[in-house]
Structures are given as structure tokens and as C-alpha cells.
Design a protein around this ligand. Structure first.
Ligand code: PRP
Length: 217
């Protein structure tokens, strides 16, 4: 396979990546938001996009099924980054990974008292690392979405989730009490592909880097 395959997910990541791709002269022939196709050809016959779940992007790149991909730091942290070269923070899809609790729950006090907290999250690895570093005792409960619901129905005391506008927390009477990390999307490249296809990959990396540098605040 001599062409380049780029893995990305629909929604915010695709929307915010489209201008970068365009700057690199890559325009998909179908719109991933309306097309059911999972392989999108582009105006450049040697470049194709594959549309995958956000959390699957690192896996496709790690195994070389995609040469490069775009994934959030949240997803990369959970994956571990094995076999992935991460040359560039694209500074898109920015948000924060936070600990949140119901309004009125005294998180600081519970932590001070050494309480054992039940925490619901999609991000087990990140949450485990965070609470271990803080010396907080937690039982982690894995969920796949709608984490904000868990404290409302007694499944958990707290959640670890992404916060962007804060609207979802507010609508569910939760408050963010701790920031775990700032999140943005990164470019990831398969390390073997980078060596074998450097002539094709490097120009794309260079244009992405230049575009990011020119558009960053
Ligand atoms: C994310 C996140 C929060 C929400 C935060 O969910 O998990 O629920 O967005 O955004 P806000 O602060 O602007 O309200 P998303 O809608 O991506 O769905 P998910 O549950 O599938 O991750």
C-alpha cells in the first residue's frame, strides 16, 4: 500500500480538521456527516480518509491500518500511545477533563476525611492515575457515556468527564471541582509508516504544523 490512510472521527474532530486537510490540499469527495461510507476517497487519489469511533483512532494507527490519525488527548491517554508517534498538538476540539460532583457535595472535605469515593467514568486509566497521584481512595465504575447521570441516580459520588461549555454539568446540577488535564486533539503517526512513507507523510505534517502555528491565538 503506497497511499496514505488518515483515520478520524465524525463530529467536532472532523469539522475542526477539515480546514487543516484543505490546507494540505486534501478534500474528501464525500461528507462523513451525511455519507454512510467508512472509507472516503479524496481529491488526491493517493490519500484516503477512514471514519472510525474516536476511541478507536489510536488502534487503527498503532496496527498500521491507518498511517496517521487525529485523536483527543483523552483517548490517547487511555490507549497508552504504544507504537504511536505524536508530533503535533493540533489545538482543536479543546476542552478539559474534570472531576465533577452534585451541587452541595463537599468534595474537598470528603477527600480530607479520606472517604472512599465511587467515581463513574469512561476514562478509567486517566482517573486511576489522577486519584492515585492525589492519594484519594476510589472505586471506579466504567461507563460508556452520559456519565452526568450516574451521581443523580446513586450510581456514583462523582464523575470524571470532559467539560467543554459546562452546559451538561449545569443542566444536571453538577459542579466541576477539579481539573485533571487540558484536552486537545493530536496528530498521531504510525512509527513504521513514518519511516517507510516519509516522503508522503512529512509534507502533510509540515503543512499541518504551519497552519496550526498561523491560526493559534
Ligand atoms: C461530552 C462529554 C460531556 C459533554 C460536555 O459528551 O462527555 O457529556 O460533551 O460538553 P459541555 O460541557 O459543552 O456540555 P458528548 O456529547 O461528546 O457525548 P459522549 O457522552 O458520547 O462522550
Amino acid at each position: 500500500m503506497t497511499g496514505i490512510t488518515i483515520a478520524l472521527s465524525k463530529g467536532r474532530i472532523f469539522e475542526e480538521t477539515a480546514p487543516l486537510l484543505k490546507a494540505a490540499g486534501i478534500i474528501p469527495l464525500d461528507d462523513p456527516e451525511t455519507s454512510r461510507k467508512l472509507i472516503l476517497e479524496t481529491n488526491r487519489p493517493e490519500v484516503r480518509l477512514i471514519v472510525v469511533r474516536a476511541s478507536d483512532v489510536p488502534t487503527y494507527v498503532q496496527y498500521g491500518a491507518a498511517d496517521m490519525g487525529i485523536a483527543g488527548k483523552d483517548v490517547l491517554n487511555e490507549h497508552g500511545g504504544n507504537g504511536l508517534y505524536q508530533p503535533l498538538d493540533l489545538q482543536i476540539a479543546r476542552c478539559r477533563m474534570m472531576v465533577a460532583v452534585p451541587e452541595g457535595f463537599d468534595y474537598e472535605n470528603a477527600v480530607r476525611q479520606g472517604a472512599r469515593l465511587r467515581v463513574a467514568t469512561k476514562y478509567l486509566q486517566t482517573a486511576r492515575e489522577h486519584f492515585a497521584k492525589k492519594g484519594v481512595h476510589v472505586d471506579l465504575i466504567k461507563l460508556y457515556g452520559s456519565m452526568e447521570l450516574a451521581p443523580l441516580v446513586g450510581l456514583a459520588d462523582a464523575i470524571v468527564d470532559l467539560v467543554s461549555s459546562g452546559g451538561t454539568l449545569k443542566a444536571n446540577h453538577l459542579v466541576a471541582v477539579e481539573e485533571i488535564m487540558q484536552i486537545s486533539s493530536r496528530l498521531v503517526v504510525n512509527q513504521a509508516a513514518l519511516k517507510l512513507k516519509r516522503e508522503q507523510i512529512q509534507p502533510i505534517l509540515d503543512i499541518f504544523a504551519e497552519t496550526v502555528a498561523n491560526t493559534s491565538p
